[in-house]
Ligand binder design. Structure first.
Ligand code: COA
Length: 383
């Protein structure tokens, strides 16, 4: 396999983008990425999208986006893995360049969720229809069950869950592309409208529109363009049961554990070598569980870690979700995995502005679908 480098990135602001269609959103992100990379053409294109058919009635997104991006006749493929669609889009592009099949590939992701579809129902198609959704379970409900189990098993507190939202809003307030650029207090999170006990409105990622794209290239292209060498040192993916009830434990996500194990092995590093990580905080409890499953903290200690500031941008030994995470930056599901890569890329290029982690050399992005039935992890390193 060949070395693969990320040389350009572009994204739209995340939020309620009423004035833009799904095509406008993807094209804006794609053109920004192509311009940032300084490439004159691309060999192929991937589009991560969870459910454009249900959200806006448009399928066949690979062809749609190639057409409107003006890159016909290059191959264009839509990738779907629920909320991990963006991360899997990146992985497909990575594999295409690594295999030698292409030299310059655009990996993108997009979702337009605010156009009037029943978002909760559309999102729930990523859970087990027969054994979960039929019985009325939604994603806030599934993660609430994970939270209850974690609280019961490890003594995680409501305050610790809320501390994740406080931290991520603090980071998101510094991100010009974030949906919610405001800070929240612990009291506001604790008193926010209950969505699924114990999770309140401010424990949830929002419903969002947005697009994101990056350009992946071979070493030869990166060197010819004289780009900083930001290499993908690991790409891994794993699966777990689709339904929560089939798992031996609600408090560990098997796909995250397995994908992390593979990623560390491929990169030849340990969790302590990672300087920052974007994790899939679709709900506050998800960040806590995942930060443990990635090996940053002992099992059961993720809540304590966030409360003690260990995951903070300022002074934390393991800064998590410097972008604001899904909680504050927003969660247009198909775009999320690519936006995570963009944060890592910007941090490693020293372009993260007020969110910059000093001396960041190795960054990780963890993206998952549903309640963790799919997980994809990438690790990038600046040479
Ligand atoms: N965080 C912070 N503020 C939020 C928010 C969130 N997650 N969701 C909505 N708001 C704000 C809105 O901006 C709005 O503010 P305003 O009154 O100042 O304009 C207000 O809360 C009400 O918004 P509304 O759109 O009516 O909220 P809602 O009750 O329809 O939806 C949730 C709130 C939490 C149910 C919805 O955001 C949700 O379903 N989130 C989870 C998405 C999800 O499951 N993703 C997949 C994960 S696997």
């Amino acid at each position: 396999m060949r070395d693969v480098f990320v040389i350009g990135a572009g994204m739209t602001k995340f939020g309620e983008l009423w004035e833009k269609s799904i095509k406008d959103i993807f094209v804006e992100a794609g053109l920004k990425a192509i311009e940032d990379a300084g490439v004159g053409y691309i060999d192929s294109l991937y589009v991560g999208a969870m459910s454009s058919g249900l959200f806006v009635g448009q399928e066949h997104l690979g062809a749609v986006m190639a057409d409107y991006l003006g890159v016909n006749p290059v191959p264009a493929t839509r990738v779907e893995s629920a909320c991990a669609s963006g991360g899997v889009s990146f992985r497909q592009a990575y594999l295409e360049v690594a295999s030698g099949a292409s030299d310059i590939v655009l990996a993108g992701g997009v979702e337009k969720m605010t156009d009037g579809a029943d978002v909760t129902d559309a999102l729930a198609t990523a859970a087990d229809q027969e054994y979960e959704v039929y019985h009325g379970v939604t994603f806030p409900g599934l993660y609430a069950m994970i939270a209850k189990a974690h609280m019961h098993q490890y003594g995680t507190t409501r305050q610790q869950l809320a501390a994740v939202a406080v931290k991520n809003h603090r980071n998101g307030a510094k991100n010009p592309n974030a949906q919610f650029r405001f800070e929240v207090t612990l009291e506001q999170v604790l008193n926010s409208t209950r969505v699924a006990d114990p999770l309140g409105l401010l424990d949830c990622s929002p419903v969002s529109d947005g697009g994101a794209a990056v350009i992946l290239v071979s070493a030869e292209v990166a060197r010819n363009l004289k780009k900083p060498l930001i290499r993908v040192i690991a790409s891994s993916q794993a699966s777990d049961t689709i339904a929560l009830h089939s798992r031996p434990s609600f408090t560990t996500i098997g796909s995250v554990v397995k994908a992390a194990e593979k990623a560390y092995k491929m990169a030849g590093i340990k969790p302590t070598d990672v300087n920052l990580c974007e994790v899939h905080d679709c709900f506050t409890i998800a960040e806590i569980v995942v930060s443990e499953d990635l090996g940053f903290f002992e099992k059961g200690k993720g809540g304590e870690a966030v409360e003690k500031g260990l995951t903070a941008l300022e002074g934390g030994k393991m800064p998590i979700n410097t972008s604001g995470g899904l909680k504050s930056k927003g969660h247009p599901v198909g775009a999320t995995g690519i936006a995570q890569i963009i944060e890592v890329y910007e941090q490693l290029s020293g372009k993260a502005g007020a969110r910059q982690v000093k001396n960041a050399r190795i960054g990780m992005a963890q993206n998952m679908g549903g309640s963790g039935a799919s997980c994809v992890i990438h690790i990038l390193e600046v040479k």
